[in-house]
Design a binder for this molecule. Structure first.
Ligand code: BGC
Length: 440
């Protein structure tokens, strides 16, 4: 065994999630759900959404605002009332753009500026006829929800820092911005989390859907609690599972966490989501270089945080060439590591795979935890609706999730379908706005 393969074997051991650990995490997750729902200390916030699942018969033309990271999407959506959805217009806007010299995601920008920008973009795509449009707002951050249209931001995640929004009612901030811009023809009806949107979109067509998740820049899941203690009826609960804190951290996770915007917070998200997977790989590779297990000059850019993106990991994982040319290109372009041997390139690919597999298996363990709560014997079929770039685009990710479910349930896993809910986050906002009357 070479020195590098010996060290790699050690890394693999630290990152592996065997079937026994999957089940252990699922048990702990289920216990954290129960505690969170009962208002006891738990790393799961278990936030009520004040919405259940749609019937599929909701209809109308609805404006959807989808704000989940550094870009915002505005969509005009037609719900036909027979489970079908048409997107009649959509545009995406960056919340920070160096070339245009603005950034609404830093601490020097205010909530008022941020929501004025969003309201301006709504005006750009919604036709100003004499018609009025209900608006559904997907706001993908942890919020205390007091009603379907009242959500107070608990704290920013995904490294966003805009001032004056934490602790505020996000619905009012958007409403005030619409008023300042005199956009009276759009009236906000619902605010939801993106996981809820993903669940609603899939449930509009498939009534077995009872878990929704985002595996993208951020990570989180929600589920349908059959009898919610607040309402005594079915209600979607945003678990904020990215904050689940009972999974062991490796020294690489600890290093990432310490240098992050909010150390200690969002521990599962930091081990699983697209915002962070590239950074975990960078930290591992830079420790290999620093300890002399891999070649590399001290002056290379490997020490720069977030210098490899999750898209680059997808490129690495998709490379099946004999010379691992795409892996070499990523190492050279991101880190100036231009002189790696084939063995070192293979090691880089192995590290990317181990980090991606761990992410998928940890996420699957939390879904197993939800199923342990709502249907422990798997007596019914379940659809888990997922949106996000990791699930959609990272080579192998969907298979790793399915494999983990098999490891937990064996043949029973056939009753669980994991499916892409494409654009579910935005479309779900429209469904939520259209569902409001029927649910209350
Ligand atoms: C947020 C969640 C969101 C997830 C996916 C996390 O950082 O806290 O509310 O659902 O990202 O966008």
């Amino acid at each position: 065994m070479t020195d590098l393969s010996r060290v790699l074997a050690g890394i693999e051991e630290q990152l592996s999630v065997p079937a026994s650990l999957l089940k252990e995490i699922a048990d702990q997750f289920q216990a954290a759900m129960t505690a969170g729902l009962a208002g006891k200390p738990s790393s799961l916030k278990m936030l009520p959404s004040y919405i259940g699942v749609p019937t599929g018969r909701e209809q109308g033309t609805v404006v959807a605002v989808d704000f989940g990271g550094t870009n915002v999407r505005v969509l005009l959506i037609i719900l036909t009332g027979d489970g079908q959805v048409h997107i009649s217009n959509r545009r995406s806007f960056l919340l920070k753009d160096k070339r245009k010299n603005y950034d609404f995601t830093t601490a020097s920008a205010s909530g008022m500026q941020l929501f004025d920008f969003i309201a301006g973009k709504i005006a750009e795509i919604v036709p100003t006829t004499d018609k009025t449009y209900p608006l559904g707002h997907t706001f993908s951050f942890p919020c205390h929800q007091y009603d379907i249209n009242e959500a107070e931001l608990i704290s920013w995640t995904k490294e966003i820092k805009t001032a004056g929004v934490e602790g505020q009612n996000v619905g009012q901030l958007l409403q005030a911005a619409l008023e300042r811009k005199e956009i009276a023809y759009v009236y906000p009806q619902a605010i939801i989390n993106d996981t809820t949107g993903t669940l609603l979109t899939a449930a509009y067509r498939d009534n077995a859907t009872d878990i929704g998740a985002i595996c993208g820049t951020g990570h989180n899941s929600c589920y349908l609690e059959p009898v919610h203690p607040l309402t005594n009826k079915p209600m979607i609960v945003n678990m904020e599972s990215g904050n689940f804190s009972q999974i062991m951290q490796t020294k690489y996770d600890l290093c990432l966490d310490q240098d992050s915007e909010k150390p200690g917070a969002q521990r599962l998200e930091k081990q699983t989501s697209g915002q962070y997977l590239g950074e975990i790989v960078r930290i591992i590779v830079s420790s290999l270089v620093a300890d002399g297990h891999m070649a590399g000059e001290p002056a290379n850019t490997l020490h720069l945080p977030y210098s490899v993106r999750t898209e680059d990991l997808s490129t690495i994982l998709a490379d099946h060439t004999a010379g691992l040319e795409a892996v070499a290109e990523v190492a050279a372009a991101c880190w100036n590591l231009g002189n790696l041997t084939l063995g070192e390139l293979a090691a880089l690919k192995t590290i990317a795979r181990l980090v991606a597999v761990r992410s998928a298996r940890l996420v699957a363990a939390t879904w197993a935890g939800v199923l342990y709560r709502i249907d422990p014997e798997l007596n019914r079929t379940h659809t888990i609706a997922v949106d996000g770039s990791l699930y959609e685009k990272m080579p192998g990710y969907a298979e790793y999730l399915a494999q983990a479910m098999n490891d937990v349930w064996g043949i029973g896993a056939k009753k669980v379908t994991i499916r892409l809910s494409k654009d579910g986050s935005g479309i779900g906002a429209a469904i939520a706005a259209a569902t409001v009357y029927s649910w209350q």
